[in-house]
Design a protein around this ligand. Structure first.
Ligand code: OAD
Length: 242
C-alpha cells in the first residue's frame, strides 16, 4: 500500500532498553544544564565537562544489559521486508538501531561512537571514551577531536536527504519523541504538506493541537511490532489507539 516511508525516532524508543530520555521525569535535562553540556559555547568554556557528560553516556551504552528492544527490532524487520523505500531518521546518538539490524539509517544528531575533527569535520570511530589522546590524523598539527554530536545552535546532519525523503513519502511515523526540538519537530508539517499519512507513537496521549493525523498511545516496544505487521500486510493505518 505504502511506497515510501520515513520514520523519525527519539529517546523514547531507547527508554525501554534502559537509556534515559531528556525531558521525561528523571530525564537528562533535569540533571544537566543544556547550555553547559550541549552547546558549542558550553564546549568552548569547559570541554572536560562536556566530554564527561558524553563519557557517562558512553559508559551507560556499553553496559552489557543495554540491548535493542522489540521497537528497534520491528523497524529493522520493516526495513528488511518492506518493498518500497524506507528511511529511518534518528535523533538518538546511541547505536541501538544498528545493533537491531537497521541500515537505511540517518543519525541527524550525530553518534556517540565517533569523534570529529573540528577543522576538517572528518569523523573517527572511538573505541573508548573521550580523553586527551583523542586527536585527528587528518591535520598537522593533529586536532583534539570533539564529540560527533549536534549541539543546540548547530546544523543537524543530512537535512537535504531528510527533506527530499519527506517531500516524497506517503507515510511518516514519529516514535518516542517529544517534538520540542526543531527541525525534527517540523518534519510532520512537511509530510502533511506533501499529502503523507502522519502517525505518532508515544507513551503519552496526543497533545492538543497535534499535527499528526493518527496517534498510537503506548510503549514503542508494544505498538511498533503491531504497526509493522499492519504495514507489511499492506493494510492502511486508520485506527486511533489511545
Ligand atoms: P525527549 O526526552 O524530549 O522525549 C522523549 C519522548 O519519548 C517523550 O515524549 C516520552 O513521552 C516518549 N516516551 C518515553 N518512553 C517511551 C516509550 N517506551 N515508548 C514510546 N514513547 C516513549 O527526547 P527527544 O524527543 O528524542 O538533542 O529529544 C529530542 C532532542 O532533544 C534530542 O535528540 C536531544 C535533546 O536535547 C540534542 O541534544 C541536540
Amino acid at each position: 500500500m505504502y511506497q515510501q516511508i520515513v520514520i523519525l525516532t527519539g529517546a523514547g524508543i531507547s527508554a525501554e532498553s534502559g537509556l534515559r530520555t531528556f525531558r521525561d521525569q528523571d530525564g537528562l535535562w533535569e540533571e544537566h544544564k543544556i547550555e553547559e553540556v550541549a552547546t558549542p559555547e558550553g564546549y568552548a568554556k569547559n570541554p572536560l565537562l562536556v566530554e564527561q557528560f558524553y563519557n557517562d553516556r558512553w559508559q551507560q551504552f556499553h553496559q552489557g544489559d543495554i540491548q535493542p528492544n522489540a521497537g528497534h527490532l520491528a523497524l529493522a524487520k520493516l526495513e528488511q521486508e518492506f518493498e518500497g523505500k524506507l528511511l529511518v531518521v534518528t535523533q538518538n546518538i546511541d547505536d541501538l538501531h544498528e545493533r537491531a539490524g537497521s541500515k537505511r539509517l540517518l543519525h541527524m544528531h550525530g553518534q556517540l561512537s565517533k569523534g570529529r575533527c573540528p577543522r576538517s569535520r572528518q569523523t573517527f570511530l572511538l573505541k573508548e571514551p573521550f580523553g586527551p589522546n583523542h586527536t585527528c590524523t587528518c591535520c598537522i598539527p593533529a586536532q583534539r577531536l570533539r564529540p560527533h554530536v549536534v549541539w543546540f545552535g548547530e546544523m543537524p546532519i543530512g537535512l537535504d536527504i531528510i527533506q527530499s525523503a519527506l517531500d516524497t513519502c506517503d507515510l511518516f511515523i514519529a516514535i518516542g519523541t517529544s517534538g520540542t526540538v526543531y527541525p525534527a519537530a517540523g518534519f510532520v508539517d512537511t509530510a502533511n504538506h506533501h499529502g503523507a499519512k502522519t502517525v505518532d507513537v508515544n507513551l503519552l496521549p496526543a497533545e492538543r493541537g497535534s499535527q499528526f493525523q493518527y496517534h498510537y498511545k503506548g510503549k514503542a516496544s508494544e505498538v511498533l511490532p503491531m504497526l509493522v505487521e499492519q504495514i507489511l500486510q499492506g493494510k492502511m493505518i486508520s485506527g486511533q489507539v489511545d
